[in-house]
Design a protein around this ligand. Sequence first.
Ligand code: GLN
Length: 469
Amino acid sequence: MTITELRKKFVEGSYTPTQAVEDYLAVINERDEDIHAFLEVYDDVRAAAEAATERYAKEGDAAPALLGMPIAVKNNILIKGKKATAASKMLENYTASYDATVIERMKKEGALFIGATNLDEFAMGASTENSAFGVTKNPHDTARVPGGSSGGSAAAVAMGAAVAALGTDTGGSVRQPAGFCGVVGYKPTYGAVSRYGLIAMGSSLDQAGVLSNSVADAETIFNAIAGNDPMDATTIQEDTYKLAPKKETYRIGVPRDFLGEGVDPDVMAVFEESIAALKAAGHEVVDVSLPLMKKGLAAYYIVMPGEVSSNLARYDGVRYGLHVDGANLLDDYLKTRAEGFGAEVKRRILLGTYVLSAGYYDAYYGKAEMAREMMRDELAEAYKDVDIIMTPTSPTPAFKIGEKSNPLSMYLADIFTVPINLTGVPAISIPTGTVERDGKQLPVGVQYIAPHGGDARLFDFGKRVYDNK
Ligand code: GLN
């Protein structure tokens, strides 16, 4: 069910938040031992649901937009009084002392939090296999990954364990698992949503995003969480950037030169079908040239580790999180970090420290930032001709657990999603057909990208092509 459908029933009184929570908890009981989407199921959700049920009886349609909606939350987003582990041994016993702005805003709108979802450690990965607390499985085929790093959130929505979920997206972590699990995944314009209370990965790339069963639901949650926040200086004032939603039919660009050869033929076939369907619905689809987008992956794997190495310096065994006793202070640091971080996190800290070092800064980090600026210009140029740009969300459907043991092959899963974070524009992954593997139908996502501030445009377009098709 969608938030829109639940809302109608809650207001009518034909179904209540109490019943909904019981139904979602039943799904978790039945399936999550196998899927492992959740790191924790919140025991206070029942009491909160009771209170929401009573409020609907009194307030009816005047109740706030998210009242009684059971939402799953990626465990790198702080909820006061709950554990925020980032799926790392470093923060295994860390309890959040405040609410992230996105949580505070959803609480104000009456949302219920049903549980904390699994992720790649500190959101580094594309499969949720990097979690320190075990892998999450794809509900469509449990031999396969749900994608990542918001794999727990995507699996939770796909298996019907929550009406929607919050994730974070630094290079694709909302859109890619949404694509693999067959749900909608939304990454807002950078700065549209506050990062305050998100456990930082790459601060110039990170955004909170939404995983949901419809585009309208993503919009409802976005409207609740978006907006300027004095606690995050990178948030922007809505009226200074919002693009108005557009017209009945759209002009959509396909960057053929960027799609290249690396896309699985079955995924490409689904993508071509979606183009045909758009044309049949009266939209115009044209080729656009974005030669620089290919450089996105290379630039991302310089900028992101640089920022990771800086952000993760705070886990020193002194302030919070894990502490391992050593012979002296330096030894405390070394032992704590050696024990607390997993292999992928260490790899990125090493890489990041290297690209930021005095001798190599200009050659790597400086160059990557320049490439990023040029990609922004290239996109802005393309948007003079088209309203929206589309690509497959990922080059392949969900891969098998253990299949990508080489980190570089895993990084290639992000080829179409990372340029979006580098350039700060909004994008949405929409479930679009399936491909068959081992006798199972695996979902495929198509990514639609709007210019900076074009969030409303994406929602308008997405509702036309997905919700109301
Ligand atoms: N898969 C990408 C990475 O490993 C993206 C992660 C993310 O968006 N948090 O960095």
